[in-house]
Ligand binder design. Sequence first.
Ligand code: K1U
Ligand code: ZN
Length: 188
Amino acid sequence: MALLPILTAPDPRLKKKSKPVETVDDSIRQLMADMLSTMYAAPGIGLAAPQVGVLKRVIVIDAAREGDPSRPLKLANPEIVWASDDDNAYEEGCLSVPEHYAEVVRPRAVKVRYLDETGAERLIEAEGLLATCLQHEIDHLDGILFLDHLSALKRTMILRKLLKEKKAAERGEGTDTEKSADSTQHTL
Ligand code: K1U
Ligand code: ZN
């Protein structure tokens, strides 16, 4: 089990389109296992391969409610084959956009076709948080961040802040955000 470093925005690799998995082999199974460990350690409820610098169409998710048994999902080449007409708004976060949260509107329910870790084709029907998470992670495979669903103004504000924090970290400095005790979580 390896914990993989998670890329943060703005990083050009997060804006690239990932390539389909040709065969679900041991290297893909190892990637899925390492991504799950990384996701649980973060902690998060989903993770897409480009977030760990691997431009392959692989995602992992565990959107089980607190107190329920864990339900790890490992998906290669996930594809939305149906989406509901009605929408759901959810306050989303992203491990690649740390400490920023914003409401995103997406279809309430989806059906997703994918290959499981044995390479078998499967279909998952999801609604609520799992549907939101599937759509968020599949967006990552197409170089789309939840920020891209927000207004240009909100997106620019968050990206500027992240860039400022990155540059300060590179210089070994703290940022205004780190120095302020009450501003570790930003909701737009
Ligand atoms: O893709 C990612 O960066 C992971 C992201 C998934 C996600 C969250 C919310 C809505 C849609 C997709 C996260 O896991 S952010 C962290 C998070 O939501 C969380 C962390 C700890 C406990 C519960 C949730
Ligand atoms: Zn994300």
